[in-house]
Design a binder for this molecule. Structure first.
Ligand code: PMP
Length: 392
């Protein structure tokens, strides 16, 4: 085994695929953008809430009242009033009939896919789905077929060949690596035609996307999909909501099924009280401060417009549905070198290489957070333009 570990380390080194957790300095509580003076275009703290004093105050109150940890699983003693209140608020916020919180978005995806899947369910999933969905599909013991990214016609073809009684279509409303949106209405019509359930992961939409007055409430809120019993949504509380945890949003019937059948709900210690309280505070802040979601879109459009050639021309500006901008790079080594050069110039960007890229293309991933200042945006664009010109 030790020899194999050494060989594996050597292979990663040769392919430019070594990954290391980068340590960041403590963020100043009043300004999450200032990590060692770095401009943060890498984190998923889209609305700048993770260091908001109101979130910290809510978490502290919860610690005093309920303790630092939940102390057991939800079905033993881990359910507090806080959990139920958070579920109530998340359901209202997103327009769902019911919500069930998990201790992470990863576990929410594992929990719902395994509880809905099985030998009697065909699962058709977008080929770019997140690892947490893929792992859930593998664990579900269902027949799983992938359709071409955002191609509802390809999904229809796979569903038409189905022999199973039940079917589940799995997508993300905004894709985590590419930042583009799924054709939700088209997929919903297909699900209705085929008597399938539609599972939408809103990890990168919640807090950011939204139709009209529902901006920030996710891509589905305010549409006919929101409380449809044939639609189930998952989301994380750890990105725009600045906390930790995950949620499944759907019908009351689905919630009851998950409470009884979802192993990552039943056998996992409940979401920690401070995380639950902070997520609830975030929902209130998002509703009171719609400028945050609007600022994400404004900053994302500014980034897309200024880096347009590298992003792939004007189409890229159209494609950007939320905070994420994705810049394809010629190789894993080039992506790493570009991200290191940006870091040295004070700009932190995401460097995504295989196996974290669904299409195998290494890229820089930029997140247009709400609390980037115009000066930070100018500086970041100047640095990145310079690096990208040298790369291509
Ligand atoms: N789904 C998607 C699309 C994600 O990007 C992520 C986080 N990277 C998750 C689920 C998992 O969420 P969490 O980090 O809360 O486990």
């Amino acid at each position: 085994m030790t020899t194999w570990l050494e060989q594996q380390a050597g292979v990663r080194e040769r392919r430019g695929l070594v990954r290391k957790p980068t340590v960041r300095d403590r963020a100043r509580a009043s300004d999450s953008a200032s990590h060692r003076g770095m401009i943060d275009l890498a984190s998923n703290d889209y609305l700048g809430l993770s260091t908001d004093p109101r979130m910290a105050a809510a978490a502290m109150d919860a610690i005093r009242r309920w303790g630092t940890g939940a102390a057991s699983s939800r079905l033993v003693t881990g359910t507090t009033e806080l959990h139920l209140e958070l579920e109530h608020h998340l359901a209202l916020f997103t327009g769902a009939e019911a919500a069930l919180v998990f201790s992470s978005g990863y576990l929410a995806n594992l929990g719902v896919t395994t509880a809905l899947g099985g030998p009697g369910t065909l699962i058709v999933a977008d080929e770019y789905c997140h690892a947490s969905l893929i792992d859930g599909l593998r664990l579900s013991r269902s027949e799983v077929r992938e359709f071409k990214h955002n191609d509802a016609a390809d999904a229809a073809r796979l569903l038409a060949e189905r022999t199973q009684l039940r079917a589940l279509i799995v997508v993300e409303s905004i894709y985590s690596v590419g930042g583009d949106a799924a054709p939700l209405q088209e997929l919903f019509s297909l699900a209705q035609e085929q008597d399938a359930m539609l599972l939408i992961d809103e990890a990168h939409s919640l807090g950011v996307a939204g139709v009209g007055a529902f901006q920030g409430q996710g891509a589905v809120a305010g549409t006919s999909l929101a409380d449809h019993p044939g639609v189930v949504r998952t989301a994380t509380l750890s990105k725009a909501l600045g906390s930790q945890g995950g949620v499944v949003l759907g019908s009351g019937l689905l919630r009851e099924h998950l409470v009884n059948r979802s192993r990552s709900f039943i056998f996992d210690t409940a979401l920690a009280p401070p995380a639950a309280a902070a997520a609830m505070a975030a929902v209130g802040i998002i509703l009171q401060e719609p400028w945050r979601a609007a600022a994400v879109h404004h900053n994302a459009a500014a980034l897309a417009a200024r880096l347009q050639p590298a992003l792939g021309g004007p189409a890229a500006v159209e494609r950007c549905a939320g905070a994420v901008q994705s810049i394809p790079m010629p190789s894993a080594e080039a992506a790493l070198a570009a991200s290191q050069a940006a870091y040295a110039a004070g700009v932190q960007v995401g460097c995504f290489r295989p196996p974290s890229v669904p299409d195998g293309i290494s890229r820089l991933r930029l997140t247009a957070r709400a609390n980037l200042t115009p000066t930070e945006l100018d500086h970041a664009c100047a640095v990145l333009r310079d690096i990208l010109e040298r790369t291509s």
